[in-house]
Design a protein. Structure first.
Length: 214
């Protein structure tokens, strides 16, 4: 009569524990990989000028951050230098609008906060259907697309003149020519003109042209 084999309970317990550890480790590794692949970009606010509704985001270029500091200083003065303010609005609008490299998607339209409030919706639609149309989604930070980065904007005031918008008229609208410099020339717009109007205490962009004025 054969003897029954005794089960080695201790050895079985060790094997089970090892299997549990291996399975748990595998799931943990998969979880980390999945989180890494699905982690979305988070754009945070670095600063703001509350009285005017302007904000600075952490993905702004070094050039734009410099302009924002100048704007903050200008608007915090007891008496705001309107000429300086208008000039900075023109520069910052162009610097943000044409800088596509830091945009998350075609819906992330730059310069919107400098546009006349009643035109912002139409402006966004225009941008998404034109300049921003080809911007690929970068929500996961994996975009492999060469996009323009603005390094400098030069503006020169052409004149002040009466400008009619809707049923309103600004008798002292600012007209600026601008020239844009890029980190790399990819064929994007380099010059043009802007019309800026008064809206309460703010100065906002009312129109943009692809041609400079003489």
């Amino acid at each position: 009569m054969k003897k029954k084999r005794k089960l080695n309970v201790k050895r079985i317990a060790i094997v089970i524990i090892l299997l549990i550890l291996i399975i748990a480790g595998t799931f943990l590794a998969i979880g980390k990989l999945t989180n890494k692949e699905t982690k979305t970009k988070e754009v945070k606010e670095l600063a703001n000028i509350k009285a005017y509704g302007y904000t600075l985001k952490d993905n702004a270029t070094a050039y734009y951050k410099k302009l924002f500091k100048e704007l903050e200083k200008t608007l915090n003065e007891k008496e705001v230098d309107e000429e300086k303010y208008a000039s900075l609005v023109a520069q910052m609008f162009i610097a943000d609008f044409f800088n596509l490299d830091n945009k998350i998607s075609k819906n992330d339209v730059g310069g919107k906060e400098f546009v006349y409030s009643n035109y912002q919706t139409d402006f966004e639609k225009f941008a998404m259907d034109s300049l921003y149309k080809s911007v690929e989604n970068d929500v996961y930070g994996k975009r492999n697309q060469t996009l323009p980065e603005v390094t400098n904007v030069t503006v020169s005031k052409v004149k002040n003149e009466s400008y009619k918008y809707g049923e309103n008229t600004d008798e002292n609208a600012y007209i600026y020519n601008f020239q844009t410099e890029y980190k790399e020339d990819l064929g994007y717009q380099k010059e043009g003109s802007l019309t800026l109007i008064h809206n309460g205490k703010k100065i906002e962009v009312a129109s943009m042209s692809e041609e400079s004025l003489t």
